[in-house]
Design a protein around this ligand. Structure first.
Ligand code: AAO
Length: 512
């Protein structure tokens, strides 16, 4: 009996680590600030056909609407209530998108902001995305409803009421993160309201949650909330499936709160991953690509089965959150494609690809003055839809990194090599490295300032393969470079350091 309970508990907690992606798909894309109607279309026309496993969507619930600055992207991290109308669209559009994505095998993960409501200075009125009245000053949110006793003001011991010192775990959990009204998640009433919100989304068909600001919530409170979540709907998921949970905890070391406190509850965002990978590809601090032979847990990252890996996110691509200047983003596209390619080729973690919008970056003394700028919008503040150009890229200021040929093809690579071990490592003791994934795929990088010209054991069956970075296989022809693998598995690789993309990748399904 004891053994049974142990197994059941273990199974329960592990289940929340499973993204439930379908058809062996392995990568998630964050369609940051996209409208629901555009996500639905993207699932059908692009994500499903190209093997993307799921989408992280922006917060779908009612949020504050701000004029100064004008409609910042971060207004969506200031909830007013749990009605499902947001800058991305109405509840009807949300429901339609979730079914259409599920119907083509693409899961939806909701960015769940449950630590707090809007900022203490958010004012009074109906400046919210569904038009609900609220009063931040008196802590009144009638659309939920939450009142002053549902907040942690009485528990916080700092002079300002805000978090002043990340070295004190109590204030990090009980005080206000940048002035955001901190919910008292120890109260059963508050837990019930939050749980109802999440369960409603599960019943509509979402596959799980990116839980915002978990460092600022007590793990014990989260355990109760997660434990009360419904199983995923059997319309699209096997009976008994637990929602996938991945928790935003920024742990770069040096603080009392660590990701270890959360890994038993679900996966956790591994912020060291992008911070280190950026440092390596930028060759800062004497880092070299060949040091990544032990990439993953060997670099002090959390256990593979606990991690969500990503190169950049919506915060640190614009200087919010953590990671700083080492983070590579679409602004540095050549390095970015390599870094994302490396992540997708490597077996570590559940991987998330970023999909951004352009803004007028204006850096003064290391700080971007326009880090607040929201998505491409019409004059009235409503978000523009995403037009698709004839060459499959996006228009109107949407960057769509996930549609870049090199990145899209590496998502497919990851699916093709899924379950295969990291193998056949080679390096030049500098910034040229290569590795395979069993006999299903092989990738070679040249991040040195000189050419690469080597013969390597790929571990792949003999034949001619199409490099999916310089081109791709279309029918029976290759639009890029071809790589001939001998019957012994060896192949010649030549990569100039001046190539547009100085890396090459082949896999079982790019064989001609
Ligand atoms: C906005 C305004 C504020 C205003 C507030 C309320 O910008 O001026 O006071 O409204 O009116 C987003 C935006 C915020 C925005 C907020 C609400 O980023 O600017 O505030 O919406 O609209 C911490 C949290 C982490 C959080 C991150 C931004 O721990 O959870 O800050 N990320 C999530 C979301 C994010 C969102 C929120 C949470 C809130 O992804 O989009 O905010 O819902 C240290 C700590 C980290 C801490 C950072 C930043 O990091 O470890 O936990 O993140 O500081 O404060 C080195 C260190 C590293 C350190 C870093 C920075 O890298 O190694 O540990 O330096 O010091």
């Amino acid at each position: 009996m004891k053994l049974f309970i142990l197994v059941a508990l273990f199974g329960l907690s592990l289940a929340q680590h499973n993204p439930h992606t379908k058809h062996g798909r392995t990568a998630i894309v964050h369609l940051f600030e996209w409208r629901w109607a555009d996500i639905a279309a993207e699932c059908e026309r692009f994500l499903g056909p190209n093997g993307f496993g799921g989408v992280q969507i922006s917060p779908p619930n009612e949020h504050i609407v701000l004029n100064s600055p004008w409609r910042p992207w971060w207004q969506r991290y200031q909830p007013i209530g749990y009605n499902l109308c947001s800058r991305s669209g109405s509840e009807g559009e949300l429901r339609d998108m979730i079914s259409r994505c599920n119907n083509v095998g693409v899961n939806i993960y909701v960015d769940a902001v449950i630590n707090h409501m809007c900022g203490a200075g958010g004012g009074e009125g109906t400046h919210s995305s569904c038009g609900s009245w609220f009063n931040a000053g008196s802590r009144d949110f009638p659309s939920v409803p939450f009142t002053h006793s549902d907040f942690n003001d009485h528990k916080c011991r700092t002079g300002s009421g805000d978090i002043e010192n990340y070295g004190d775990a109590h204030q990090v959990r009980d005080c206000r993160l940048v002035g955001l009204l901190d919910l008292a998640l120890e109260k059963d009433y508050v837990r019930a309201k939050v749980t109802d919100f999440l369960n409603k989304l599960i019943d509509v068909g979402v596959a799980g949650f990116r839980v915002d600001a978990c460092k600022h919530m007590w793990p014990g409170d989260l355990a109760v909330i997660y434990g009360r979540l419904h199983n995923l709907t059997t319309n699209w998921f096997p009976g008994g499936s637990r929602p996938f949970i991945f928790q935003e905890v920024i742990d770069l070391g040096g603080e009392p709160i660590t990701s270890r406190e959360y890994v038993h509850l679900g996966r956790v965002t591994e912020f060291k991953y992008g911070a280190k990978l950026g440092t390596v590809f930028k060759k800062w601090n004497g880092e070299k690509l060949f040091y990544t032979k032990t990439w993953g847990e060997g670099w002090g990252f959390m256990p593979n089965g606990s991690a969500v890996a990503f190169v950049d996110n919506h915060d640190n691509q614009r200087g919010h959150g953590a990671g700083g200047a080492s983070i590579v983003t679409f602004w540095d596209s050549r390095l970015y494609k390599m870094a994302v390619g490396y992540m997708l080729a490597h077996p570590y973690g559940v991987t998330r690809v970023m999909s951004s919008f352009h803004w007028n970056r204006h850096i003064v003394n290391g700080k971007d003055q326009n880090d607040w700028m929201g998505p491409p919008s019409h004059g009235n503040g409503s978000t523009k839809s995403v037009p698709i150009n004839p060459d499959q890229t996006c228009g109107d200021g949407w960057v769509c990194e996930h549609r870049w040929r090199q990145i899209k093809n590496m998502v497919i690579f990851r699916n093709v090599v899924n379950g295969q071990p990291h193998s056949n490592w080679w390096d030049n003791q500098s910034n040229q490295v290569a590795f395979g994934r069993g006999n299903r795929g092989f990738i070679v990088f040249n991040n040195d300032d000189w050419d690469l010209d080597v013969t390597l054991n790929t571990g792949m069956p003999g034949g001619t393969y199409c490099d999916v970075i310089s081109g791709q296989k279309e029918g029976n022809r290759c639009t890029g470079e071809q790589i001939n693998v001998g019957t012994d598995g060896w192949a010649d690789f030549k990569i100039s350091n001046r190539d547009e993309d100085p890396f090459v990748a082949i896999h079982a399904e790019s064989k001609l």
